[in-house]
Design a protein around this ligand. Structure first.
Ligand code: FES
Ligand SMILES: [Fe+2]
Length: 347
């Protein structure tokens, strides 16, 4: 459980420009939502029900409160491809419209409860969230799809693991800011630790060569490249060089990592953040790898990343957002990045 900091959290909360940027958010694994099942979620400043039809694989996401008299649909039932409210038995379609009222022929079909676009990609359920504008609808046009990772659909990369990091005390914008903050790499991520832990490996440092690249084609994407290598007792180890390319789809909601492992292939890692509160993210990792990459190697690479993320979180969990930071010449393109992610805020 995330620890609360009282006054500090109040100050932090007020400092960030926006808590729920527009975009696709991962809600859950596909496996956890069997046919005919309803799952209830509180996230993105909303209460939601996410459900799968009984007779098809369609997934729907609606506001949890029934538009009739406000009952919580999480306690309802799925009947075919409708959700039935537990209070008076009204049934609703996946786009939030009343389909039937058990005691009346007068079905108010004009008014719909808010529903959300949903996509299932690589074994996970995603929902499109927008903060401003009119109520959302399941069949709204979305500005971009959930990105598919090259190599997974054609089977050259296979599923190798999932890690649920749980609820992490951080604001969602920190992950994006992290990539352009070149100066913190040496200071925060210079020490090698055992994978998945904060136990330092004595005498082993990590060197980083980070670079940030906007995407010319897709305005909603940015890329971040890093080349990491080991330095043992002060000597660089060129053989240990690993290249990673990270593609952001949205302001930190979905991050697709691609690690190149010389002579063996690639590891694709999908890291996602779902804001369950402004200063609290549900963080998940799901990874796929070339068949030739041994499972322990993929586990080791992901474990290193998670260990380094926890170092960031130590800083993120007590910092504020400065609208006007005092930067020096050798800081990364913080201002450019901020201009980029403002596209995900309401006008
Ligand atoms: S509150 Fe849902 S049917 Fe009445
Ligand atoms: Fe970092």
């Amino acid at each position: 459980m995330v620890r609360r900091n009282g006054q500090l959290d109040e100050l932090r909360l007020r400092s960030y420009p926006h808590h729920y940027p527009d975009g696709w958010y991962r809600l859950m694994t596909s496996k956890s939502l069997r046919r005919g099942r309803i799952r209830y979620l509180e996230c993105l400043d909303r209460a939601l029900v996410v459900w799968r039809s009984e007779d098809t694989d369609d997934v729907h996401a609606l506001l949890a409160f029934c538009p009739h008299l406000g009952a919580n649909l999480r306690d309802g039932r799925i009947r075919g491809n409708r959700i039935e409210c537990p209070f008076h038995g009204w049934k609703f379609t996946g786009n939030g419209r009343a389909a039937s009222v058990p005691y009346s022929d007068s079905v108010p079909t004009r008014i719909a409860t808010e529903s959300f676009p949903v996509q299932e990609v690589h074994g996970q359920v995603f929902m499109y969230h927008r903060s401003g504008g009119p109520k959302q609808r399941a069949d709204d046009e979305v500005p971009y799809p959930v990105p598919r990772v090259a190599g997974i659909d054609d089977g050259s990369l296979v599923f190798r693991g999932h890690h649920d990091e749980g609820r992490v005390a951080m604001h969602i914008l920190e992950v994006a800011e992290n990539t352009v903050d070149y100066a913190h790499f040496e200071h925060v991520h210079g020490q090698m630790t055992l994978p998945w832990t904060q136990v330092p490996v004595p005498g082993v440092r990590l060197q980083h060569l980070p670079e940030w690249l906007p995407d010319d084609r897709d305005p909603w994407a940015i890329h971040f490249r890093n080349e990491a290598s080991l330095k043992v007792l002060g000597r660089s180890m060129p053989w240990s060089r690993t290249k990673v390319l990270v593609t952001f789809a949205g302001a930190g909601n979905i991050m697709n990592f691609r690690f190149e492992i010389p002579d063996l292939g690639e590891i694709a890692l999908i890291q996602t953040h779902l804001p369950v509160a402004p200063l609290e993210q549900q963080v998940d990792f799901r990874w796929f790898a070339s068949r030739r990459i041994p499972r322990p190697l993929a586990w080791y690479v992901v474990g290193n990343l998670v260990a380094q993320l926890r170092k960031d979180v130590r800083i993120w969990s007590s910092k504020v957002y400065l609208e006007h930071p005092v930067l020096c010449r050798d800081d990364g393109p913080v201002v450019r990045l901020r201009r980029w992610y403002r596209q995900f805020f309401p006008d």
